[in-house]
Design a protein around this ligand. Structure first.
Ligand SMILES: CC(C)(COP(=O)(O)OP(=O)(O)OC[C@H]1O[C@@H](n2cnc3c(N)ncnc32)[C@H](O)[C@@H]1OP(=O)(O)O)[C@@H](O)C(=O)NCCC(=O)NCCS
Length: 188
């Protein structure tokens, strides 16, 4: 963690910097979420995806930052300040079941290099050490095993097979609810 002031939280890994997205990132977000291969794996992103959708999303994540969620832009250090993905920690206000959930996507030009596994690792450390979350949950569609693998590599285990809403496909699809316990993560 670079800074302890919540509005300027920054996370760092060997290859990545993660921090709040900026307005100038909205073009990159609009371009990537316009791609079928990305949006089909997300539960609620609209398709087609417009700059107005990105602007509305930007307003929501800024309003909820540090209250109900933290949404980080992912920036590869060697590309300076170009956003290449997004990862969020959501549901922080559900006190009866204190278990934030993760959501993420990576620009397709950067797939297959271990970058999202690296990003998930750093946001898990943030959730457990900074937010003191007892556990973290995430879901993925059966038809998206790469995402399941990203979770497994970071210590998530399958809790149950379930149906997940796909806005893109307009129906529920088979998927998995995954969970990573802080105690297991600390001991791994
Ligand atoms: C899923 C996604 C985040 C993965 O990002 P990434 O940086 O390429 O992931 P990583 O390189 O860190 O790891 C991917 C792992 O999945 C594996 N994988 C890739 N395709 C696979 C497949 N079809 N079946 C099984 N495993 C697969 C890779 O081999 C790798 O595992 P390994 O390191 O053990 O070899 C990226 O593809 C993406 O953004 N997809 C669209 C949006 C999305 O799916 N978001 C998640 C919603 S739950």
């Amino acid at each position: 963690m670079k800074n302890d002031e919540p509005r300027s939280f920054r996370l760092e890994t060997d290859r990545l910097t993660l921090h709040r997205p900026r307005r100038k990132d909205l073009s990159a977000i609009t371009r990537e979420l316009g791609k079928r291969r990305i949006v089909k794996n997300l539960s609620t992103a609209p398709h087609p995806y417009s700059f107005i959708d990105a602007t509305n999303w930007f307003g929501r994540i800024n309003a909820s930052w540090g209250a109900s969620s933290f949404t980080f832009g992912i920036y590869e250090k060697m590309l300076a300040e170009e956003l290449i993905g997004v990862i969020s920690v959501d549901n922080l206000l559900v006190h009866a079941h204190p278990c934030p959930s993760f959501g993420y996507w990576l620009a397709s030009d950067h797939w297959g290099r271990g970058l999202m596994s690296e990003a998930v690792g750093s946001v898990l450390a943030f959730a457990f050490k900074r937010l003191n979350a007892p556990a973290v949950e995430a879901t993925y569609l059966e038809e998206n095993p790469a995402s399941g693998r990203v979770m497994e590599k970071n210590g998530f285990v399958s809790v149950e097979q379930t149906l997940l809403w796909s806005r893109f496909q307009g129906t529920y699809l088979p998927g998995h609810l995954m969970r990573c316990e802080k105690a297991d993560w600390l001991g791994k």
